[in-house]
Design a protein around this ligand. Structure first.
Ligand code: AMP
Ligand code: ZN
Length: 470
């Protein structure tokens, strides 16, 4: 399978050729753990999961690293505002360390429920302060820094290709720059590598460094940690599109400044936003929804995963309850079909697929290989399911194979006769609770939902019994 990706660096679709095949180094910018992830953030992690699964499906051996930002990310992605962790700690009345621990656990609970594969290494910024200091030293030795007002800054004027990822025009950058309130900067787009002095004096996390006691800027953590785990040059770096103009631009500038201009990352892939109406879903805009709030409404996390499969990662996706409801129905329908197929047929070996079955598999792979065309691959899945001429065994084989990418846990569905998935057990439990609380509207809604999943309930004096529809 030959993969092609749209590389933000250069803005074109390119053949994917790793540095040292079959190894692939993949770095994805992780969460800032000061609050729950919202479903917009989670869309980006689902996209990155689809990417990782596709690479593995294509036979690569992926090493996936993700940072956990627990220091230095200010409320503005550039150097304005307060550290998000410190702000959250003050608002919640807990230490920054407790905040970090709590929201890191919450993040992985969410990604596990979405069946997102865990990175091989998830590295906390605060565990890598020495690596950051070492990297900043190299940047300094190579002449890209200056000290001003107690902070150490990266000078973008020392760098002749600053902004190549975002296609920033250097003259435009100067002319169009907003007036930066940080008067200590020589160029408004310079950024802090190490703070010893910020407007906010109550920074709880500080370390000794050659530049004084303080804390690192946000961008430097990703350069330091990715290089530690993946080497000074590696294959793929991802994040949401909002990272292109500042965070990733600065990461490239400082990394290449440290290593002496070796091209750092070969392929940059960025996921588009999830929108709420027409606005970007964002914590700062207070228009965000968490995964928990969706499960409280009766959706399964996998309904949201399915919803995200409906749009290519480079397109904006508008969130609505109606669309999520559509995803829920489609996914339940899929689960039910897999159950029926399992009862009727056994999977076959890939080499024993019929000609038609092989053609479907090929189409699926071609679509996937073309810049992660998961949406078209999902359409392939539905076409083959509805094909009356395709043998049932072929259908089952293809579905299970394709689900290595979609990650809808189809292989776990209906394997055990008489047993049901955790999702269904959870719905049954929630309906019982609703009945106990005399919330009959909710109980009826859950009964209908279970009915659609092929589960019939019977309320007896000894409790609720359930069985599969025959
Ligand atoms: P943060 O925790 O704020 O650093 O964001 C985590 C990831 O979510 C980053 O890769 C962001 O680019 C991404 N992101 C933020 N808002 C959205 C959104 N509305 N839709 C999709 N991705 C987003
Ligand atoms: Zn990053």
């Amino acid at each position: 399978m030959k993969l092609k990706f749209y590389n933000t660096l250069g803005r074109q679709i390119q053949d994917f050729i790793p540095l040292v095949p079959p190894e692939v180094g993949l770095y994805t910018c992780g969460p800032t753990v000061y609050n729950f992830a919202h479903i917009g953030n989670l869309r980006t992690y689902i996209f990155e999961d689809l990417l990782r699964r596709t690479l593995e499906y294509a036979g690569y051996s992926v090493r996936h690293i993700m940072n956990v930002t627990d220091v230095g990310h200010l409320t503005d992605d550039a150097d304005e505002g307060e550290d998000k962790m410190v702000k959250s700690s003050r608002e919640e009345g807990r230490s920054v360390w407790d905040i970090a621990k709590f929201y890191t656990e919450a993040f992985f609970k969410d990604t596990d429920r979405l069946n997102i594969l865990r990175p091989h290494t998830a590295c906390a910024a605060t565990d890598h302060i020495q690596e950051m200091i070492d990297l900043i030293r190299r940047i300094e030795e190579n002449g890209f820094t200056y000290s001003s007002g107690g902070n150490l800054y990266f000078s973008i004027d020392a760098c002749n290709d600053y902004g190549k990822l975002a296609l920033l025009d250097r003259e435009g950058l100067r002319a169009g720059a907003r007036i930066d309130v940080d008067g200590m900067k020589r160029n408004p787009h310079d950024f802090v590598l190490w703070f010893t002095n910020s407007k906010f004096t109550h920074q709880a996390m500080m370390w000794d460094s050659p530049w004084g006691r303080g804390y690192p800027g946000w961008h430097v953590e990703c350069s330091a940690m990715s290089m530690k785990y993946l080497g000074e040059q590696f294959d793929i770096h991802c994040g949401g599109v909002d990272h292109i103009p500042v965070h990733h631009t600065n990461e490239i500038a400082q990394s290449e400044a440290a290593t002496g201009k070796k091209p750092w990352v070969r392929y940059w892939l960025h996921g588009e936003f999830l929108l709420m109406n027409t606005e970007k879903m964002a914590k700062s805009a207070h228009n965000f929804i968490t995964l928990d709030s969706l499960t409280d409404e009766g959706f399964s996390p996998l309904d949201y995963r399915y919803f995200c499969l409906g749009a290519h990662y480079r397109r904006e996706l508008v969130f609505s309850r109606e669309a999520l409801e559509g995803a829920r129905i489609a996914r339940n329908n899929l689960v039910e079909r897999v159950q029926r197929l399992r009862e009727a047929a056994e999977p076959v070996d890939e080499k024993d697929l019929s000609e038609k079955g092989s053609a479907y598999l090929q189409a699926f792979r071609e679509h996937l290989a073309e810049d992660l065309g998961v949406t078209r691959s999902l359409a392939d899945l539905w076409s083959l399911l509805k094909d009356p001429e395709l043998p049932e065994g072929d259908k089952l084989t293809l579905l299970l194979d394709m689900d290595k990418i979609f990650g809808l846990k189809l292989a776990e569905t209906g394997k055990e006769t008489g047993e049901v998935s955790e999702d269904i057990l959870d719905l049954i439990k929630r309906r019982e609770e609703a009945r106990k609380n005399r919330d009959f509207t909710e109980a009826d809604r859950l009964r209908d939902q279970l009915d659609q999943l092929g589960i019939v309930l019977e309320d007896t004096p000894a409790g609720t019994r359930w069985k599969r529809k025959v």
